[in-house]
Write a protein that binds this ligand. Structure first.
Ligand code: C5P
Length: 318
């Protein structure tokens, strides 16, 4: 039996560069692991079946769950080595909010790939695991790398960055409010697609990607420049999600003012769904921001969390 902790992530930077021929968007993101984690337990079974249990009612326990798909992907890709292993029981103890743009499903899949590589002694390298992870979802390779990283392509090409000072994030999401990721990207394409480089213009795409690699956010991270990191937070999807969801726009305003009083650092929407985060240098500042937001928004549907930046994505638990 093997137990793993799978961290959530936030996007410190998400720039949409253009369309790709596979229908996805070409992105440049800076992702950061945060210490808000699900516990994944993998238990070998004698019978060749896959059982998935999860304590959260919104998480599917069938083949639509990415962790389940991680098992079938390994079985299909390595039949000789997995056939003699029997089945597996996956138990997910959910702490990462569901549908929150924090890569909960992707990190569960990453932990399952990572854990089965150990249990089934497949001997895969991290690069090999990340290539398999990319087949499951764009965020899975980052979840395997963890820490701080630039993610390009559709998000699956990961370059690890140095871990800048370990900041704290206050995360806020209306429990009942969800935004579909395909809707967010489609709306962005409808609104801003005219500014995309032509599909076959790989040179312009590469130039814009390279510009971000040496851009201000990445420079600030290399320099451990906290005000620089805060000033360069960016998420292009805010341009379509905030006007369509007044409640999220208002949440961002309230968090921005609470955070500017208590920590002086920035506030941004993470990913494509409406989780808003504010950065703080200390745990006390983060607590003060969280309380200030709670005092201004009494809605019990608003869930608030606090998490420290983490230097890893997946860890085994003794
Ligand atoms: O890869 P993932 O399952 O996270 O993507 C979900 C959806 O988000 C895709 O089906 C696509 O509509 C959109 N997407 C995109 N470009 C990306 C990543 C996601 O258009 N780079």
């Amino acid at each position: 039996m093997l137990t793993l902790l799978a961290n959530a992530k936030i996007n410190l930077y998400l720039e949409i560069i253009g369309s790709r021929s596979d229908g996805f968007h070409e992105l440049v993101m800076v992702m950061q692991s945060v210490g808000l984690s699900d516990r994944i337990t993998l238990k070998p079974l004698n019978a060749p079946t896959i059982h998935l249990n999860c304590d959260h009612p919104q998480v599917p326990t069938d083949h639509t769950n990415l962790a389940y798909q991680a098992v079938t992907l390994l079985q299909k890709r390595f039949p000789d080595r997995t056939n003699r292993q029997g089945g597996i029981e996956i138990t997910i103890d959910k702490k990462i909010p569901v549908g929150a743009g924090l890569a909960g499903g992707s990190s569960n899949a990453a932990a399952t790939l990572f854990g089965l590589d150990i249990l089934w002694q497949l001997g895969l390298t991290r690069t090999e695991l990340q290539a398999l992870g990319a087949e499951l979802g764009s965020d899975v390779p980052f979840c395997l790398a963890g820490g701080c990283a630039i993610a390009t392509g559709r998000g699956e090409e990961v370059d690890v960055l140095p871990q800048h000072p370990l900041l704290f994030a206050v995360l806020a999401k209306y429990n009942s409010l969800s935004v579909s990721t395909p809707w967010a990207y489609k709306s962005y394409r409808q609104a801003f697609g005219k500014s995309y480089p032509p599909l076959n213009d790989t040179r312009s795409l590469a130039e814009r990607r390279d510009r971000v690699h040496s851009g201000d956010m990445v420079k600030s991270i290399y320099a451990a420049d906290i005000p620089g990191i805060s000033a360069n937070l960016r998420n292009d999807l805010e341009k379509v999600v905030l006007p369509a969801h007044h409640k999220v726009a208002q949440l961002k305003e309230i968090m921005t003012s609470a955070s500017s009083i208590h920590s002086g650092l920035g506030t941004m929407m993470s990913g494509s769904v409406p989780t808003v985060f504010s950065l703080s240098k200390t745990e006390d500042d983060a607590q003060a921001t969280l309380h200030a937001v709670r005092e201004q928004i009494h809605d019990p549907d608003l869930k608030l969390f606090m998490a420290a930046f983490s230097s890893h994505g997946i860890a085994t638990q003794p």
